[in-house]
Design a protein around this ligand. Sequence first.
Ligand code: ME8
Length: 521
Amino acid sequence: CSERNESSSRFFVTTPIFYVNAAPHLGHLYTATIADAVHRYQKLRGIETSVFSTGTDEHGLKIQQAATNCSVSPAAFCDKNSDQFRSLFDSYGIDYTDFIRTTSDDHVNAVQHFYSKLVDRGHVYKGEYNGWYCVSDESFLTESQVTERKMPDGTFLKVSVESGHPVELNTETNYKFEMSKFKDDLSYWLKQDHLVKPKRFLKDLRSMVDGGLYDLSISRPVERVSWGVPVPGDETQSVYVWVDALVNYLTAVGYPNQTMWPPNLQVLGKDILKFHGIYWPTLLMAVGLEPPKQLLVHSHWTVDGTKMSKSLGNIVCPKQSMETMTTEGVRYALLRQGTPHSDGSWKEKESVMLLNAELADSLGNLVHRCTGKSLNPFQEFPALQPEFIASSQHAKELSVLLGSIKEEVATCYDEYNFYQGIDIIMRAVRSANVMVQEEKPWELKANPGRLGSVIHMALSMGHAAAIMLQPIVPRYSAGLLDVLSVHETARLWRDIDRFPSVSHQPTTLGVRTPPFRKIKL
Ligand code: ME8
């Protein structure tokens, strides 16, 4: 990681834009937290220009029906629910640079421009759609993507194979995009081994393409979907909501006068892989724009083994979780326990035990007691006696860890495996605690040189951990770095081994507040 050119360039990361048919849940927050951690990490590494876009998906039949069910206008409905996403993300410190609403004028202009480009380049024709439509997923489905589910009353319901949501049979006139023409280009794009993480989702995409590409309906009749972007030049049709939604990534960078393209990373859940890995790149190729550089696809949070979803009514509300676990606690639990490749089961009690053990007892306590008056009466960062390391096996091990941890954690974060990076950090922090226990600094009052060395080593690890945890728990880490009197301009990745430890001058430590209060179970 040290070879990486830290001060050059730019980074553009996106989350999906979320449907406003209901309040945000933990799954939405999870995606936003991953993207936020990526963005913060890039900034720590010295990226100068960055865009992190998120937002809300507000058009289409699903939203139109939800507004009607609440007897409010779609516009008022969207305003209220979009605000809930924005304020939730703000509470959790999701540091987006752009929050896109698909009902905004600049987005509507972008969609119409994009649609016209598809037409101008000869990739659109008028056709007849005769097939299945899933309103919940806003997805056109082929016969093989539909199955039957037996209902409790013995009848059979047609549902989407992938999502299990009900489908309906539709016959309508609409415009189609010649997606099938882009099969070879798409296969070529999908040849890149690092394009999609984790790799199993790349394999899924490759087999979808091998199964053949069809032409995609990209508009819906206005009498069916009136809440949408009008098709340029044909007021009887609205732009299909997935085309509308995907264009948000271009809106974020000022399309049609975009300054940054393509995105470096698009973060999404596995439920919307087809839209981002098949529809989106072919649409971009069709208008002559580059497809994204990389997709990070994550699995789902389940509750007792069932996917958390609005329609099933088993959602975890992140507003409530934040009351019991704090925002930093929820962020930590999500990124510490969530793995991109497999579903995770959300268990609040276990998460609280983890927070208490790691953020409060392990790291919090390490910094707290080594900066506290009883061990550190002058509240300083004491000098290290060079002979100390040679005299203690634990100090030796810790010193080796301090030398390698930055590279090891960077390797994990570079791959977006935050859970692995956090694990390395926490193991190192535990080693620091073991060293403190073994050295018994409370018995070293008569040997200030050794006492100072123990504290020096312990706080060096606390400092490294706090810097590296900034993408995960930014407020908690800031609290630790404040206690350690680390200047705001010295909190970058390259500063990990530039703690005052290199100087042998004692440094006065900052105001002490408990870094993380233990949560009662
Ligand atoms: O699909 N676990 O919006 P959406 C983890 N508007 N993540 C989850 C999750 C769970 N149980 N449930 C949802 C849409 N998510 C479209 C996207 S983008 C151009 C348009 C997350 O509100 C995950 O990121 O249904 C998933 O892909 C997304 O929310 C779906 O959000």
